[in-house]
Design a protein around this ligand. Structure first.
Ligand code: GRF
Length: 225
């Protein structure tokens, strides 16, 4: 994997499938310079989504590669991988990208592919995470940024943000509280990566050359905000 030199801004490709609020957090972070990187492209697997309008408004190159036009997952993933490589990214960010990626895709971008999942992994991989946390009677929920490996929502954690589950919370109200934290931790993880502070080696994540805890760095607004 090429290392990013201090002088040049890292190149990020962001993959989306929906509203793109995390994409917006990245756009805002590059503007306010808390993220020293260029978002060189946004790729969506769905047409006409709000995330594409956000990319357009920000003047970022965007493309739709509609998974419905491909008969197999491998064909779609191949087309997607070729498109991504065309932008020579240092980092590929899955931001609400709702497609399971094949092992060969994941291996191609290993160590430079990040995802955000709306639960405190390893709890609740997969869908409906907020309702599952409420139904289980948990008193907190949250979100995890992790490197992507072949295991669904199972790659090594980088950073987690926790929020309380309040009496009367619905999946929607909890999702909103979690999203607010996602918008802080995802650009922060990307900034660590883009500054060469964060790396994946085997299954271990290193921040500033020290291995981080298995559940990731625990976000604390006081110290990291
Ligand atoms: C977020 O909750 C993220 O954790 C999950 O999908 C949602 C994306 O939201 N992977 P948005 O498209 O960034 O608004």
């Amino acid at each position: 994997m090429p290392t990013i030199s201090e002088s040049e801004a890292a190149r990020i490709v962001i993959l989306i499938s929906g509203s793109g609020t995390n994409l917006q957090a990245f756009i805002d972070a590059t503007r306010n310079k808390s993220l020293s990187a260029n978002i060189v492209a946004v790729i969506s697997n769905k047409p006409d989504i709000q995330g594409l309008a956000r990319a357009e408004k920000a003047g970022i190159q965007h493309r739709v590669i509609n998974h419905k036009n491909y008969t197999t997952r491998e064909e779609f993933d191949h087309e997607l991988a070729v498109a991504i490589e065309g932008f020579s990214p240092d980092l590929v960010v899955l931001a609400g990208f709702m497609r399971i990626l094949s092992n060969s895709f994941v291996r191609r971008f290993e160590g430079m592919l990040m995802n955000i999942h709306p639960s405190l992994l390893p709890k609740y991989p997969g869908l409906n995470t907020h309702q599952r946390a409420i139904d289980a009677g948990d008193n907190e929920a949250g979100s995890t940024v992790h490197f992507v490996t072949a295991e669904l929502d199972g790659g090594p954690a980088i950073i987690q943000a926790r929020v309380p589950i309040l009496t009367g919370d619905t999946a929607d109200s909890l999702a909103l509280r979690v999203l607010t934290e996602e918008h802080k931790i995802y650009p922060l993880a990307a900034q660590w990566f883009c500054r060469g502070r964060l790396r994946l080696s085997g299954e271990i994540v290193y921040l500033d050359d020290a291995p981080i805890p298995e559940n990731g760095i625990q976000f604390d607004e006081q110290t990291m905000g």
